[in-house]
Design a protein around this ligand. Structure first.
Ligand SMILES: Cc1ncc(COP(=O)(O)O)c(C=O)c1O
Length: 379
């Protein structure tokens, strides 16, 4: 049967799928994007419809640099920015240009499950490095560096997916220093950095771009709308130059010039700031309500940390607990989640699971926690 679905994810009726890490449909900024599109297409020149500059539209990069300066609290040079089709495409492009099949890369354990899939497409071999409540453990990185050199290290330093942990400020400096000393590239996926709820995160790894081989990734998927497929990377001029010369950009020109024009207008009209404020307010309320429900309803043996930003709550079941075994029982009760092993590069994390508060409003989140607590409480 042919189907004509528009969405990536279909949810069966009645199901509450706390695995979904994307915004609720009502949070997609339809009016703001329409307003921005009318604003940018009102300009006389049709330049947005031509092949674009390889690095991405210069006016957009200037608007983006000002927006990022507000978020990061540091200066951002528009010549250090390159427009992408989102962080996923940036990860794919970096894998193409900075590694070859069979290379070792360093990743966190756990790490973003779909980045794992992109790395697998490129036949890269992940070495999983441990994290704690302050993020990636730098001593473990250095120990591994003495054994082998990665094509690059992939990290999610701020409001990590799936754990929501933040790499501490001192570890950020240590990681940048290691990348200098051992001369390897750090790919910092910073897509959740703008979504802070309780306190400001440490400065982004983007702060180290000019003096090291750090490549920082950002995306409008988390702060405006994933369907725009618009993101950026920030890096030193030599890195940008290498990417600008690649075959993909040589053939097709800059990525997503039309959408860049729309989002430039959205930034200049203040619509991205407005949307971000709404998201932070909405997500932080949901997160607090969900954490309170987890404290009330989950058995004491279930652990979690209240996130300071991002989309996720990472639960750990007691030793011997198995999220993959629980999942079918959960689905019978119309509740789903992301099991820990999805995020593991060594088939571990069986006793962990990820819940997201990005998609559902609080009443459904609470209903979901109630169902999940009943399943987990059953043992
Ligand atoms: C850590 C991380 N990186 C990248 C992405 C995908 O970003 P984009 O939509 O910009 O490709 C996600 C989305 O879930 C994510 O969690």
């Amino acid at each position: 049967m042919t189907t004509f679905s528009s969405a990536q994810k279909e949810i069966p009726p009645g199901m509450i799928d706390l695995g979904i890490g994307q915004p609720s449909p009502w949070l997609l900024p339809v009016e703001a994007v329409a307003k921005a599109a009318a604003h940018c297409t009102g300009h006389p020149e049709g330049v947005l419809l031509a092949y674009g500059a390889e690095q991405g539209d210069g006016h957009f990069r200037l608007a983006l640099s000002r927006f990022l300066e507000g978020i990061y609290g540091m200066s951002v040079d528009p010549t250090h920015l390159l427009v992408t089709n989102g962080a996923s495409q940036a990860i794919d492009l970096i894998s193409t240009l900075f590694s070859k099949a069979g290379d070792t890369i360093f990743v966190e354990e756990p790490t973003y499950f779909l980045a794992r899939k992109i790395f697998a497409d490129h036949r890269l071999k992940p070495t999983a490095l441990p994290m704690d409540s302050d993020g990636l453990i730098i001593e473990a990185v250095e120990e591994e560096l003495r054994r082998s050199r990665p094509a690059f290290l992939y990290t999610i330093p701020t409001y990590h997916n799936p754990t929501s942990v933040c790499l501490s400020a001192s570890r950020r400096e240590q990681l940048a220093e290691l990348s200098r000393r051992y001369d390897f590239t750090v790919v910092a996926d910073e897509v959740y950095h703008p979504l802070s709820y309780t306190s400001a995160p440490p400065p982004p790894l983007a702060a180290f771009c000019t003096s090291t081989k750090v490549i920082s990734l950002g995306s409008f998927s988390k702060i405006l709308a994933p369907g725009l497929r618009l993101g950026w990377l920030q890096a030193a001029p030599e890195v940008i130059e290498r990417i600008v010369k690649c075959g993909l950009l040589d053939s097709g020109g800059g990525l997503n010039p039309f959408t860049s024009g729309v989002v430039r207008s959205a930034i200049e009209l203040g619509l991205v700031d407005e949307n971000l404020a709404l998201l932070k307010d909405t997500y932080s309320r949901r997160m607090l309500a969900m954490c309170a429900a987890l404290r009330r309803q989950m058995p004491e043996s279930v652990g979690f940390m209240e996130p300071a930003g991002g989309f996720f709550i990472w639960l750990s079941l007691p030793e011997g607990g198995d999220a993959l075994e629980i999942l079918p029982k959960a689905k019978e009760r119309n509740i789903e989640f992301m099991p820990g092993p999805k995020f593991s590069s060594r088939q571990g994390l069986k006793n962990c699971l990820r819940l997201s508060f990005a998609y559902y409003d609080t009443p459904d989140l609470l209903k979901g926690i109630e169902r999940l607590a009943a399943v987990i409480g059953q043992g």
